[in-house]
Design a protein around this ligand. Sequence first.
Ligand code: TTP
Length: 359
Amino acid sequence: MTGIVLHGGRGTRLRPLTHTGPKQLIPVGGKAISQYVLEDLRDAGINEVAIVLGNIGPERVQEYYGDGSRIGMKITYVNQESPKGIADAVRLCQDFIGNDKFIVFLGDNLLKGGVAAYAKDFVASGADAMLLLTRVKDPEHFGVAEFDTSGRLKAVVEKPKYAPSPYIVTGIYFFTPTLFDAIAKVTPSGRGELEITDSIQMLISMSAKVVYRFVEGWWKDTGTIEDILDANRLILDERLLQSSIAGIVEEGASVEGRVNIEEGAVVKGKAVIRGPCHIGAQTIIGPNAFVGPYTSIGRFCHVENVEIENSILFDNCEVKGIKQRISESIIGQFSKLTGEDKRQSVAHFVIGESSIVTL
Ligand code: TTP
């Protein structure tokens, strides 16, 4: 099997973060979201992957992953000039896929436990396609599954007004190359995209065998700021199982709970870090800082005289002297948040790359 990992899209719901880079590279727990996707594929024995690049920061994706050897994979890049839909992105990989079975994994989706068991299941099923479904409260915002009385998948409908079931199609799909015949018969939807749901519907109409499994555990689509912060919490909870302290914790500083402190990072006196937290390489925390639960701080940051929790700092940020507790915030790389603000409440920020905010 091979894999396709999408890095395109418009990312409008994640602006300003997506003004300067693709959402799939937003860091949670110290790694780009799509790195968890790639590592899940690798752990399922899939070492050859095509990454589809969109028109937001494609060069950053290539810089981050290179040829893939850093994470033990072989990566081929495919360009999607404009966001013409998931099926359009997949179609561009037809030559790369050849006659292989393959997984399409949206680069901004996270799945507890990875895909190894599902991939085995798909191969054993002999099906042309296998979908992973999950139950949600608001199915109308997704591709929704409709079943017949015997429980077979009858249809998949994109964002219906009235959902035929509470089960939606997640962004992890298993296919054989029959999918390309189906995509060739699909025309762009009302929003001008070649839809993957229409392509799956076409497979069903062509009498292809389309099966499904329900997701065991959680699945997270990271399309909004709230989703990104949730993903950060889930990843720190699930994947940071024990502390690893390669940096320096100075006398008078305190580190509690599960905390990952990378090499060259320094936690200065009177700083408290309460896990689960990730502190990137060469970052300085303190003096006088509280880094609270569910916070991921990138590399080369400086955090001083502040309290911060449930937040994400990209690399190269400076956050200093803010009296309000910073919570549920995301701060883009090379940004500075400083000031002499005296209010003792909780502040919430979403700050794009290379920004300066002085209170
Ligand atoms: P979406 O999150 O549905 O779309 P979007 O990225 O345009 O976001 P927004 O609604 O906030 O503007 O995309 C789902 C996934 O598919 C995501 O990982 C991006 C990827 N994608 C592509 O790679 N190419 C495309 O043409 C589209 C539409 C999405």
